[in-house]
Every structure is written in structure tokens, then in C-alpha cells.
Design a protein around this ligand. Structure first.
Ligand SMILES: NC(=O)c1ccc[n+]([C@@H]2O[C@H](COP(=O)([O-])OP(=O)(O)OC[C@H]3O[C@@H](n4cnc5c(N)ncnc54)[C@H](OP(=O)(O)O)[C@@H]3O)[C@@H](O)[C@H]2O)c1
Length: 169
């Protein structure tokens, strides 16, 4: 079970309500883990500020951070925090929401994320595309190729999906 978003709809980013509801929700999830009704709990779209605040106030660490990752947007600070804290990173919008993608490029993008060690969550409606995407597990890139894709992102910082960074509290 994941908390989808670090903020509450209908309140300005500066409101204290985001932090209090976020921590309250986490405590409720922790209770379910202790009672055995949830096996693993995690968060999505949390920035480094949200993650460190959660770590300072939780008894059970998140198992996973689900976050937008592709070569145009690599949230390095959050990825480093997850590595240091043994939290699984799960990438979404790995295909840039599918904009102008060919088969080869889709598989390369999925292989790139997998070779970084992130869990990848591609979305596809047709069985054919699901098969194509699944076959990316057989695509291995060289370390030079992975680094070349890493370099595409530098300075670009382009997100396809939403941006949680204005909720700083
Ligand atoms: N936690 C969050 O806030 C959050 C935010 C966004 C997304 N997500 C989740 O992440 C997953 C991925 O979401 P996403 O839609 O953002 O991104 P995505 O996986 O980057 O892109 C999905 C798009 O790519 C197309 N596509 C899939 N495979 C393809 C292929 N082999 N060749 C060409 N196009 C291909 C799909 O088309 P068709 O569907 O037409 O096949 C769809 O339009 C979803 O499960 C979503 O629920 C989570």
C-alpha cells in the first residue's frame, strides 16, 4: 500500500495540514502492518524533504518510493536517500507517457531503468505492447550506453507528470 501524494487537496502548499495528515496517514498504515492487514507500506511522489521528515517520525520505514524517472528527469537526491536507507525505488512515466516512442526506444528506456536497479512500472493497454515491454528484460545495455542516457538528463529536468516539489513542508 502506497501513499500516493505528499499533500492534501484544497490547501495551499504553505499549510501545516500537509505534514500533519501525511504523518497521521503513515501512522495508520504502520498500525495495519503491526496488525498484519498490510505486508508492505510505501510512498509516492515524496521529495527528499518529505522522506527525511517521515524517517524522523516513523517506526516502520517505507519499503518503496514510487516516483517519476526517465532520462529527462532523474531525482538523484531521492534516489541516493533510498539507496542509503534500503528503500526500493520504483520508476513511473519511464516511457515519458509514451510520447513519440518506437518499440526499440521503449525497450531501451525500460532496460536503462532496470540496469540502474529501479523497479519499473510501465503502462500499456495492448497485449502486444505489454509483451514488447516485458521483453526489455532481455535488453542489456553496456555501461557506456547507460551513462550516455544518464547524460541526456543533465540540466534538462523535464517532468511529464506532476511536480510535488512546491509542497515543502
Ligand atoms: N504515483 C504516481 O503519482 C503516478 C503517476 C503517473 C503514473 N503512475 C503509474 O505509473 C504507470 C506508468 O504510467 P504513465 O502512464 O505515466 O507512463 P508510461 O509507462 O511512461 O507511458 C504509458 C504510455 O506509453 C505507451 N506505451 C506503452 N508501451 C509502449 C511501447 N512499447 N511503445 C510505445 N508506446 C508505449 C502507452 O500506450 P497504450 O496505453 O496506448 O498502450 C501509454 O500511452 C501507471 O501504472 C500509472 O498508474 C503513477
Amino acid at each position: 500500500m502506497l501513499i500516493h501524494w505528499p499533500a492534501i487537496a484544497g490547501h495551499p502548499p504553505s499549510s501545516d495540514i500537509h505534514q500533519s495528515i501525511r504523518l497521521g496517514t503513515w501512522r495508520a498504515l504502520e498500525r495495519h502492518v503491526r496488525e498484519g492487514t498490510l505486508a508492505h507500506i510505501g510512498v509516492s511522489n515524496y521529495t527528499l524533504a518529505h522522506l527525511t521528515q517521515l524517517a524522523a517520525n516513523c517506526t516502520i520505514k517505507p519499503a518503496v518510493l514510487q516516483v517519476e524517472i526517465h532520462p529527462w528527469f532523474i531525482p538523484q537526491a531521492e534516489i541516493d536517500w533510498c539507496k542509503a536507507n534500503n528503500v526500493v525505488v520504483e520508476a513511473y512515466s519511464s516511457l515519458g507517457e509514451g510520447k513519440r516512442l518506437g518499440v526499440a526506444r521503449a525497450q531501451v528506456l525500460l532496460a536503462w531503468a532496470r540496469m540502474h536497479g529501479w523497479v519499473v512500472l510501465p503502462k500499456a493497454r495492448s497485449e502486444e505492447r505489454m509483451r514488447i515491454n516485458l521483453k526489455s528484460v532481455r535488453v542489456d545495455l553496456t555501461s557506456d550506453e547507460v551513462e550516455a542516457l544518464d547524460r541526456v538528463a543533465r540540466g534538462k529536468n523535464h517532468k511529464f507528470c506532476w511536480d510535488p516539489s512546491k509542497w515543502r513542508k
